[in-house]
Design a protein around this ligand. Structure first.
Ligand SMILES: Cc1cc2nc3c(=O)[nH]c(=O)nc-3n(C[C@H](O)[C@H](O)[C@H](O)COP(=O)(O)O)c2cc1C
Length: 361
């Protein structure tokens, strides 16, 4: 059993860890720089990065694009050779416009979940940027690979398997959770590996499988490697760090969270999300929250009769409002102090190597 480096877009990182994209304004250039400096892959979340800008409501897409350029430029300044990607949710309105724009930037990959990015390779044609996707079932993986193969003869740079313990929007319906119909991350990886193997053989390539959702420490990581993952994607663990772009209030909420206060909430995106129970989620247990404005953010939002506005509430929390929507993964309650990205990466790799009985540095 070995811990192999991860290769993406011809570049190699020392440790097979991808820092997961976190919106709104949680994973931007500061976290990206720290991750690349610590030998792991960094991901900026494209979700409403322009939220704090004056012009955001008037020209949402234009403002977001300007802010994305700022974030990418700042990330790249220190780390021209690090592996840097952008998470672009397929559920975003103007997905094609954002993807085409991002494919022209100095990044290594665009990774898309929250829907099936059947059209992603279209926007990458003739560019240096690679495409990858996030799925929560072997079925979704099969549909995407079949479609990318037939329409574009294109394969993903890596595949992220996201299990039910992840943060942000979850890849399972409310009914799936209520009926106990959610597949464990372990089972998703095993079944996705079989689907991917067919295309690896056809194209004569290796497509790394990345495990995400509830990977908190080195033991979790080792378990994923043992069942055949090539790496892990970690998000929540990096929030309470000096370098994370989240507000200090958000970080404190993560540190103070208890297991019983981490809940699932309905989202206007149509999928459940996971969040810390606070004034907002308690209010939602009783009634919907008035929407103040609409920037037409998600294709999947019905706009009328929705519980709350996802951009407004995630944006508010990113700006320090403890009563906004505080997205988190299921294991946030294990975090009890601020730390640095470097310390966390070192600790995870040390414990993972111990579990895998690897010797040496
Ligand atoms: C605060 C927060 C925001 C997130 N935002 C996004 C997002 O905008 N797009 C996305 O595809 N995934 C998003 N995720 C999911 C992460 O990228 C990641 O795959 C997942 O949370 C991994 O599980 P972990 O948090 O237990 O490590 C978010 C997760 C968190 C915790």
């Amino acid at each position: 059993m070995n811990l192999k480096p991860l290769t993406i877009n011809g570049k190699e990182v020392k440790f097979p860890i991808i820092q997961g994209g976190m919106g709104i304004r949680i994973s931007l250039n500061k976290l990206a720089k720290a991750c690349m400096n610590s030998g792991i892959v960094a991901t900026i979340s494209a979700a409403q990065v322009g939220f704090l800008r004056k012009n955001f409501k008037k020209d949402t897409t234009g403002t977001n694009k300007e802010e994305l350029i700022n974030e990418i430029t700042k990330s790249r300044k220190e780390n021209p050779d690090g592996i840097l990607g952008v998470n672009l949710m397929h559920a975003m309105n103007d997905y094609g416009e954002y993807a085409t724009f991002l494919a022209q930037q100095d990044i290594d990959f665009i990774v898309s979940g929250a829907g099936l990015p059947l059209d992603l390779p279209e926007y990458l044609k003739g560019t240096k940027v690679k495409g990858a996707f996030i799925i929560s079932s072997a079925r979704a993986c099969r549909i995407l690979l079949k479609s990318w193969d037939r329409r574009y003869s294109y394969m993903p740079e890596f595949v992220v398997c996201e299990g039910p313990l992840a943060g942000g929007h979850l890849g399972f319906s409310k009914e799936d959770f209520e009926n106990g119909n959610v597949t464990s991350l372990e089972d998703i990886i095993t079944s996705v590996k079989e689907v991917v193997a067919v295309y690896e053989e056809k194209y004569g390539i290796k497509i790394p499988i990345i495990a995400a959702g509830g990977v908190h420490d080195g033991h979790d990581m080792a378990n994923m490697i043992k069942i055949g993952a090539d790496g892990v994607q970690i998000a929540t663990r990096f929030i309470a760090t000096d370098e994370c772009d989240a507000s200090e209030e958000y970080k404190q909420m993560i540190i103070e969270s208890k297991e019983e206060n981490i809940v699932r909430v309905d989202s206007p995106a149509g999928l459940p999300g996971r969040a810390i129970r606070n004034f907002l989620t308690k209010t939602l247990e009783k009634h919907n929250i008035k929407v103040s404005y609409c920037v037409n953010c998600l294709k999947t939002c019905k706009k009328v009769g929705i519980p709350y506005c996802i951009t407004e509430q995630l944006g508010n929390s990113s700006n320090g409002d403890k009563n906004g929507l505080i997205f988190t993964g299921a294991k946030a309650y294990l975090i009890d102090k601020m730390d640095t990205v470097e310390n966390i990466v070192k600790e995870i790799i040390r414990d993972c190597r111990k579990d895998l009985q690897l010797v040496g540095g």
